[in-house]
Design a protein around this ligand. Structure first.
Ligand code: FAD
Ligand code: UDP
Length: 363
């Protein structure tokens, strides 16, 4: 069979592009995926009757109406707003930092004004914010940094926050109010029947063919196609000609526990546990009613396991620029997604980017 497009990777970026090409242009697409399932890192599945997200907790959140409307064509949503607690000094305190975090942590009774005063007294004067450590020291001071961020970040990334670009911790807001939600975006939720079902709905077209359990390099020379869309790791695409890019990996360990409820909220962070970063209880994300058991997941960071995060230090960002100059020269290949662009994208930006690529480079 002849294909108009071969797409490498059945993650959200590959699936969004496949959907657009198949349904808008009525062209034939082959998706090649090396895992044994679609969905990439947003894949979820049933374990003992409980919907579990295989690659860690995923909550859709966006301010982009266009992205929300697009995905809403393929799923209804569970109205879920994410709340996280952090376990520190034998207490569970809201994360990100808000008035209630300081009150719980230091046994205070602050309001908005007195929180501002507390922060003024504790934060450090830093003229130029050069690292993720600087972000917290400037916003909240050293004690907050030590209790909630230092060890979590060191464990998550295998290096001190002092060595990481400000962008990593800047994802976490600091609030002078009682808003304890993890995200402030207008649209937030979890697909009603799960992310995998949403992805299945997106690629329900006779124009789309999928080969699972297949590395594209084993097949690409045997396929007849016009254009390639690549969403895998960029260093692999170029046979590591400029050396390997580093990705931080996670190992996800899921357990079924014989209790109705394991913890108060869907995610509890453990900044000071030596090994794992957080525990997710999936029933608290989906409101699934299952009696007598619940599914939890612990995340263990390392340099082996699932490639999860591009590594945002100067060495690797510089190396990526070498690959980027090659990518710009390609005429028959389109690059999309977190691994090819070597960027920490949330799902909404993945979809936004894919829709823009479709409009500007494909249509
Ligand atoms: P991927 O999902 O990685 O898909 C790429 C696919 O390409 C993979 O399936 C891979 O197997 C395949 N592939 C790679 N190489 C080859 C090859 N050689 N041949 C064939 N196939 C190949 N975002 C949010 O918006 N909200 C969240 O709450 C959130 N939580 C997250 C939590 C964790 C722990 C992680 C790691 C990410 C989280 N994200 C979250 C981000 C979200 O997972 C990504 O934005 C999204 O999954 C990226 O999609 P993608 O298609 O670019 O990449
Ligand atoms: N972080 C931290 N303590 C926490 C939560 C997050 O130090 O309790 C830091 C950590 O470095 C992390 C970054 O903030 O990588 C961004 O957190 P986010 O929750 O956005 O990361 P994600 O889980 O989405 O990868």
């Amino acid at each position: 069979m002849d294909f108009d497009y071969v797409i490498v990777g059945a993650g959200l970026s590959g699936i969004t592009l496949a959907e657009r090409i198949a349904n808008e242009l009525d062209q034939k697409v082959l998706i090649i995926e090396k895992r044994n399932h679609i969905g990439g890192n947003i894949y979820d599945y049933e374990k003992d009757g409980i919907l579990v997200q295989k690659y860690g907790p995923h909550i859709f959140h966006t301010n982009e109406k266009k992205v929300y409307d697009y995905l809403s064509k393929f799923t209804d949503w569970i109205d879920y707003e994410h709340r996280v607690l952090s376990y520190v000094d034998d207490k569970l305190v809201p994360m990100p930092i808000c008035i209630d975090t300081l009150n719980a942590l230091y046994d205070l009774d602050l309001d908005e004004n007195s929180m501002k005063k507390w922060i003024d007294e504790n934060k450090e004067d830093i003229d130029e914010v050069k690292s993720s450590e600087d972000v917290v020291l400037k916003n909240a001071g050293r004690d907050i940094y030590n209790k909630l961020f230092k060890n979590y970040t060191e464990k998550q990334w295998g290096t001190s926050a002092a060595n990481l670009s400000p962008s990593v911790i800047s994802r976490i807001p600091f609030r002078f109010n009682h808003d304890d939600r993890y995200f402030e975006d207008t649209y937030q939720g979890i697909p009603k029947e799960g992310f995998t079902k949403m992805c299945e709905n997106m690629i329900e077209s006779d124009n789309i063919h999928i080969g699972l359990n297949s590395d594209y390099k084993d097949y690409i020379d045997k396929i007849s196609y016009d254009k390639l869309i690549y969403t895998g790791p960029i260093d692999y695409f170029y046979d590591y000609k400029y050396g390997e890019l580093l990705y931080r990996c996670l190992n996800f360990v899921t357990e079924i526990i014989d209790v109705d409820s394991y913890q108060e909220v869907a995610v509890v962070n453990y900044p000071n546990d030596p090994y794992f970063t957080r525990i997710t209880e999936f029933k608290k994300l989906t409101f699934q009613e299952v009696e007598g058991r619940t599914a939890i997941m612990k995340e263990y960071p390392g340099f082996n396991g699932e490639l999860c995060y591009p590594y945002p230090t100067k060495e690797y960002l510089d190396k990526f620029k070498l690959y980027e100059s090659e990518m710009e020269k390609e005429e028959n290949v389109i690059f999309a997604g977190r691994l090819a662009k070597y960027k920490y994208y949330n799902m909404d930006l993945i979809v936004k980017d894919a829709l823009e690529i479709f409009e500007n480079k494909i249509k």
